[in-house]
Design a protein around this ligand. Structure first.
Ligand code: SF4
Length: 336
């Protein structure tokens, strides 16, 4: 994609995050290219939904965007400035502005702290309130925002006294307490009860309306991606073994998916009507197993599973090309 001076909230440029790990019984060193040359733009108040199976690198990308992991190469720009060239004040502002909501609301909260202690800590740390009285008022406001009412009751509770959905609401309240510009929501509904999932997605979308927060929404479930994007718009990016293989406006990707992997993810979403389900089936994948990220296949990394694979696919990696306006795909079916 063309390079320009960035005016976006976040821009990742040719981002690579590699991990060096022991490989095999002999303990030889191997490299996992968790993120391998990713370009990604998140606009102010925008939504980017990142979809892919477990192990495709999407959590690593989310953590790197949030400043929790250091890139091996490439750069991240926050409001046009590379985070590696920031002074301490600018870097702290970036870290406050990008918050993360992790997948597991059970592990995300300290079991020995009440909800008030959990939520008042970042307010004090970032000097957003002065004194306990102001902290109490702000915590009540946050609890009302995330639908935990009456707030006086929830403030006194410990995590074990809350349901999974209520805990995730506390985690979201903590993330938004410091007025972030971007929330990286990493599989925020995976570990909570199915009946509560849409409520959490609706809450995230409501907060965007009220607070103007941008999202990097990470999910393995195309059904969740479709729900979030249908209501919030934005961009869908599909990731496979460290690379973005398809990206474009959400509605465009949902209506006109091009990459065989995207089609397989869409195909995996259950449809209540068996007749529609039968008609929409794509040819089955050649393998259900994701190749080891320690020794990914050459050429197109999806070729060992792709029902449309051709000889060229095993030899050369397809470039990411624009096939329809704003809609990019990395697949030899579309590249010249
Ligand atoms: Fe399938 Fe080839 Fe396209 Fe890869 S490049 S997705 S193997 S058709």
């Amino acid at each position: 994609m063309p390079r320009t001076i960035s005016t976006s909230l976040i821009e990742a440029r040719n981002l690579r995050v590699y991990f060096y790990v022991k490989k095999g019984a002999l303990g030889k060193r191997g490299i996992v290219k968790a993120v391998d040359g990713v370009d990604l733009v998140i606009e102010e108040r925008g939504i980017v939904t990142l979809v892919g199976e477990s192990g495709c690198g999407k959590t690593t990308l989310g953590k790197t965007v949030a400043g929790l992991l250091k890139p091996t190469s490439g750069e991240i720009l926050f409001r046009g400035k590379s985070i590696t060239r920031m002074n301490r004040k600018e870097y702290m502002e970036y870290r406050r502005s990008v918050q993360i909501v992790h997948q597991d609301p059970y592990a995300s909260l300290n079991p020995t702290k009440t909800v008030f202690q959990t939520l008042s800590y970042p307010l004090m740390r970032w000097k957003l309130v002065r004194g306990r009285a102001e902290a109490e008022e702000k915590v009540k406001e946050l609890l009302r925002l995330v639908g935990l009412t009456p707030p006086e009751e929830f403030m006194r509770k410990y995590p074990h006294q809350l349901s999974g959905g209520q805990r995730q609401r506390v985690v979201i309240a903590r993330a938004i307490s410091v007025n972030p510009s971007l929330v990286v929501a990493d599989e925020p509904i995976t570990m909570i009860d199915v009946s509560l999932r849409l409520g959490i997605l609706d809450l995230l979308l409501k907060l965007r309306e009220e607070l103007g927060t941008a999202y990097l929404f990470i999910t393995h479930d195309f059904g969740a991606a479709r729900y979030f994007s249908a209501k919030g718009g934005g961009v869908i990016a599909v990731m496979y073994l460290g690379k973005i293989v398809e990206i474009g406006p959400a509605e465009e990707i949902i209506q006109h998916p091009l990459h065989p992997y995207t089609k397989a993810l869409i195909d995996a979403v259950p449809v209540p009507d068996p007749e529609i389900s039968r008609k929409k089936r794509m040819p089955p994948l050649r393998s259900l197993d994701i190749p080891s990220p320690l020794s990914p296949p050459p050429g197109c990394k999806f070729h060992t599973r792709c029902p449309d694979a051709m000889p060229v696919c095993a030899e050369k990696e397809p470039p990411l090309v624009e096939v329809r306006p704003g809609h990019y795909v990395a697949c030899w079916l579309y590249a010249k």
